[in-house]
Design a binder for this molecule. Structure first.
Ligand SMILES: Nc1ncnc2c1ncn2[C@@H]1O[C@H](COP(=O)(O)O)[C@@H](OP(=O)(O)O)[C@H]1O
Ligand SMILES: [Mg+2]
Length: 332
């Protein structure tokens, strides 16, 4: 049976994707002067988080939400507040007040933790990709007692069929614990089961990483790829779309090595990591430890993020151990 959480999460993510596309088409394309606090990304982030929060509230009045955004900037700027409010009301065909919208956004200040149920939202993951007209994702996860049990990624610009840029674009990835991973294309109601690649040699493998080298060291990943005899160039795309393409088998390995001291946020990995696991892959940190979503808003127990198709996992982890000269790396 399809859970109510899954249906509501899909509804929320699709509506949030609609607002992001609207912001891109009307603001990013048309806007010439962008003030820092009224950038399209800011407007889109607030509107998308408000829409997800309002949709969850409608179905689960007591819901808790770990969200990337809060209403501080809206409280400080009347024009920003008005623009976000109009955008949300246009999209939902509703009449929420500015106060109601800010309250909805601030539901996202929950601290998370190891007990109870809560949602995790990244309203626009891949800010840089969004602005470039590249990849970004609306990412919604659901956590039960510190473990992600549901993840939905909305990827408005991602090709539906493999990486075919000429075909249709816009797809959802859905993962539910124990029930597998699925892709649903925008405009369709059909969920198609997806699975990681069955490639069993690294020489033929494809790896993906952040477009932005400031988010993940391209130099380190190149060294690891070389040690693994990977010859194909990296697939560099923004956002959790990377988890989506691993889950449906377009690439076998996702490497993420942030600068020293950077702690990953739960909303950047919650939905995507479950989708890869449900598609048969493995997700862990650079020491082979599972991502621990039970410690609050950030992944304080983890460093780096690795996702693989499972088959190549141990080879990848051994290469990481060698390149970073680590003593302890857990194998699968
Ligand atoms: N120095 C850094 N190292 C690693 N990740 C970073 C970073 N600065 C920002 N990020 C995170 O990287 C996310 C984008 O991931 P990717 O590089 O895979 O596209 C950003 O999400 P937002 O775009 O939601 O802010 C942000 O949370
Ligand atoms: Mg993000």
């Amino acid at each position: 049976m399809v859970s109510k959480e899954r249906e509501v999460a899909i509804e929320a993510v699709l509506k949030a994707c609609t607002v992001c596309q609207k912001v891109f088409n009307t603001l990013v394309k048309g806007e010439t002067v962008i003030k820092q606090d009224e950038s399209p990304v800011t407007i889109g982030d607030f509107a998308a988080q408000a829409i997800v929060s309002i949709t969850l509230q409608k179905h689960f009045p007591d819901f808790k939400l770990v969200g990337e955004e809060n209403s501080k900037a809206l409280k400080e700027s009347e024009s920003l507040r008005k623009r976000v409010t109009n955008l949300v009301n246009e999209t939902l065909e509703s009449k929420y007040s500015e106060e109601e919208i800010m309250k909805a956004i601030d539901r996202g200040t929950y601290e998370g933790g190891s007990t109870g149920n809560f949602w995790v939202i990244d309203p626009i993951d891949g800010t840089m990709g969004f602005l470039r007209g590249g990849q970004y994702a609306v990412c919604l996860g659901y956590t039960v007692n510190g473990e992600i049990t549901l993840g939905v990624l909305g990827c408005p610009n991602l090709p539906c069929n493999d990486m075919d840029e000429n075909g249709p674009k816009g797809c959802l990835f859905i993962g539910e614990k124990g029930l597998g991973a699925f892709q649903r294309n925008f405009g369709s109601n059909e969920d198609v089961k997806i699975h990681v690649s069955q490639a069993d040699t690294t020489a033929k493998a494809k790896f993906c990483e952040s477009f932005e080298s400031s988010h993940s060291s391209h130099k380190d990943s190149a060294e690891i790829a070389s040690l693994l005899n990977i010859t194909l160039p990296p697939i560099r795309i923004d956002s959790q779309c990377k988890y989506g393409i691993i889950a449906r088998g377009n690439a076998e390995v996702y490497l993420r090595f942030a600068r020293e001291g950077y702690i990953e946020n739960t909303w950047d990995h919650a939905a995507g990591s479950l989708i890869v696991k449900e598609a048969g892959g493995i997700v862990c940190d650079m020491y082979g430890k599972p991502l621990d979503f039970s410690k609050g808003r950030q992944l304080i127990n983890n460093k780096g993020v690795i996702a693989t198709n499972g088959i190549l996992h141990n080879q990848v982890m051994k290469a990481i151990k060698s390149v970073f000269k680590l003593n302890n790396v857990l194998l699968a």
